[in-house]
Design a protein around this ligand. Structure first.
Ligand code: GDG
Length: 613
């Protein structure tokens, strides 16, 4: 219609031109009238050809050239009206296909180049989108990445101190999707919509946070009780006795069902969705999700260790927990030893077939793959210019009047070996009096689970130990221990890592420990030394660290001494090797490998949603 319209218009204009011309020609002497008419007809023909053929061809040529040269942004395609309309239309489609193919080839080349070296957010995004056929990711974790809290009449956003948040946040930021979590902040409700949803990160939204509301009793029983007084000490061999109470177990079941409802609502309308369930708070969730959505791909990542079968057997509901977890298609741990412990636990407790060659469990006609996926961190932002003076500024701002500074960054948790760390500093000073007045350990200590008595006791013990050791050595404004017990923003932690001569990670047992990796990742100067407990997952990946048994206070004290006196070349060699490991095996690789494994799973196609019972 448009082509016809333009043609009609151009002929009408030509007719008008011809009429005006004819009128003018009437005044021309008869001898020249024929010549004038010929000129008029030619002029009209030239106009028609220019308007309907030459101009569109010029426009098309310019557009094709711009496409060929890869113009920034796509140049506007020529108007397909006029005589050449159909041709313009086809050529413009061809040009568009060309530029799309070019963009795809460039992305592919970028991916291949990146594949040879590093995982980046862009690569993860591209690989996840390809693996999941563009379906959105859904992550479920108890902890939310952004918590709104009321402070002094104002609402503040807080990033909780949590290894899980450190690892998962960059993944969701890169890939988009939804993060389902407990809304635990006292201003969480008023900052979300009626369904508990809000786009995050608050300053530049990239994905959706869906908050789940729990009652105070539910939180007490499911989170503090069953999860943190039961499963947490059960899985960490640190000789803190787990407590299992039937009423907590009932809340744990109810909370898992509550989260299942929220997740299923998020999955509504998505065919073969992909859900990543995080951690020990949700052992029952995989089975619940799979029962309602057999077409879903469900992965679980267990962020803490899995103990041997005898230790796990303490839990009165071990069979229910195992059965729940085996609802997943893929179950990930940090290290192979935890996978082996899990498989042995299943072997002894449930009727099932453990396939030790594939590391899989066959049960109720389904398979669950059990594999190690060592978690990691994202690269930190580049250090500010003049890092040397920043180092002094950090020490002065922290009130550290010492030549050497060590740092520790932990949630205050009895698994982190904080008391042992303080005692190692004491022993180091006893053995090396030349360092008295010259060495300070800055301990960043984020309060955690303060509701639980064991954590209250630990805080009191830490205070008492720090006070005792400081009283013993402090002099002239210097003290050996600077205990900073408050939540620090992420941006506050990084300068400490960059400024410290050594970092102390002395966990008594730890799934991975991301602080070790964060310290290494922050040292773009290849300086600094890492003291690392042998009982962390990280120790298996970072053998160049100074590995210690944190129960052996003398050994840790000697490691502090060695870290301070280590020849500079040796220190740089160790740090460079660890940095290479963390760079090559970052959190994007972790997520990419886990999701790729999950995407390979064949699910029941077109499985229909079933109501939860
Ligand atoms: C579990 C497993 C596993 C610490 N204080 C503050 C703060 N942090 C950050 C650290 C680090 C994270 O919290 C702690 O990570 P970890 O890995 O050390 O430990 P968990 O929280 O126990 O994590 C652990 C991890 O899950 C991941 O799978 O490695 O084994 O126990 O990122 O920097 N962050 C902020 N303020 C603080 O005061 N913002």
């Amino acid at each position: 219609m448009r082509t016809k319209g333009r043609l009609v218009l151009s002929f009408a204009a030509a007719a008008a031109l011809a009429a005006i011309g004819s009128h003018l020609i009437e005044g021309v002497p008869a001898a020249h009238r024929l010549t004038a008419q010929a000129v008029l007809v030619s002029a009209v023909a030239v106009c028609l050809v220019w308007w309907n053929v030459v101009a569109p061809l010029d426009q098309m040529a310019a557009w094709l050239k711009a496409v060929r040269l890869g113009a920034e942004g796509r140049p506007p395609a020529p108007d397909p009206a006029g005589l050449l309309g159909p041709l313009v239309h086809e050529v413009s489609r061809l040009g568009q296909s060309l530029s799309e193919a070019k963009a795809a080839a460039e992305a592919e080349a970028r991916l291949r180049a990146a594949g040879a070296s590093e995982w980046t957010p862009e690569r993860l995004k591209a690989e996840v989108s390809r693996a999941l056929g563009g379906r959105p990711l859904c992550v479920v974790a108890n902890r939310e990445p952004y918590m709104h809290v009321r402070r002094g009449g104002k609402i503040e956003v807080l990033t909780p101190a949590s290894g899980l948040v450190t690892a998962l946040e960059p993944v969701l930021t890169a890939c988009g999707g939804t993060w389902v979590a407990h809304g635990g902040g006292d201003a969480d409700r008023e900052t979300a919509d009626a369904d508990g949803r809000l786009p995050v990160p608050p300053e530049a939204p990239r994905y959706m946070l869906r908050r789940v509301w729990l009652t105070a009793e539910q939180e007490e029983g499911y989170y503090y009780g069953f999860s943190n007084e039961g499963l947490w000490p059960l899985c960490h061999i640190v000789h803190t006795r787990p407590s299992f109470r039937p009423e907590d177990w009932a809340h744990y079941q109810a909370a898992n069902a509550e989260f299942a409802k929220a997740v299923l609502a998020e999955l509504d309308g998505v065919r073969e969705p992909c859900v990543l369930v995080q951690d020990y708070h949700f052992a029952l969730l995989p089975r619940l999700l799979k029962a309602a959505r057999p077409d879903a791909r469900v992965g679980v990542f267990w962020h803490i260790p899995w103990p041997n079968p005898e230790a796990f057997g303490i839990c009165p509901w071990q069979r229910e927990l195992l059965d729940g977890l085996l609802g997943a298609d893929v179950l990930g741990f940090h290290v192979q030893a935890h996978c082996n412990n899990f498989l042995e636990t299943v072997d002894g407790a449930l009727e099932s077939r453990v396939d030790w060659e594939r590391f899989a469990v066959q049960r109720l006609g389904r398979a669950t793959l059990v594999k190690p996926f060592p978690i990691s961190v994202d690269a930190p932002p580049p250090p500010p210019a003049g890092a040397g003076s920043a180092r002094e500024a950090v020490r002065l701002a922290a009130g550290v009047h010492a030549e050497f500074m060590a740092v520790g960054v932990d949630r205050v948790d009895y698994t982190k070996g904080l008391v042992e760390r303080f005692r190692a500093v004491e022993r180091f000073l006893e053995r090396n009096p030349a360092y008295v007045g010259r060495f300070t350990l800055v301990q960043i200590a984020a309060p955690s689970r303060t509701h639980i008595k064991r954590y209250g006791d630990l805080n009191a013990e830490l205070d008492a130990e720090a006070a005792r050791i400081n009283a013993r050595f402090a002099a002239g404004g210097w003290s050996p221990l600077a205990l900073r017990r408050r939540h620090h923003g992420r941006a506050e932690v990084l300068p400490f890592l960059r400024a410290a001569d050594l970092c102390m990670v002395t966990s008594l047992h730890d799934g991975m420990n991301l602080v070790a990796k964060e310290y290494v990742a922050s040292r773009s100067d290849d300086d600094g030394a890492l003291i690392l407990s042998r009982f962390t997952g990280a120790a298996r990946e970072l053998p160049e660290a100074l590995l210690v048994n944190p129960y052996d206070v003398d050994q840790t004290a000697d490691a502090i001494h060695y870290a301070l006196e280590i020849p500079p070349l040796e220190r740089a060699r160790r740090m460079a090797a660890m940095r290479k490991t963390v760079r090559e095996h970052n959190v994007y690789e972790w997520a990419g490998r886990f999701i790729a494994e999950l995407a390979r799973v064949r699910v029941r196609e077109g499985g229909h949603a079933r109501a939860l019972v």
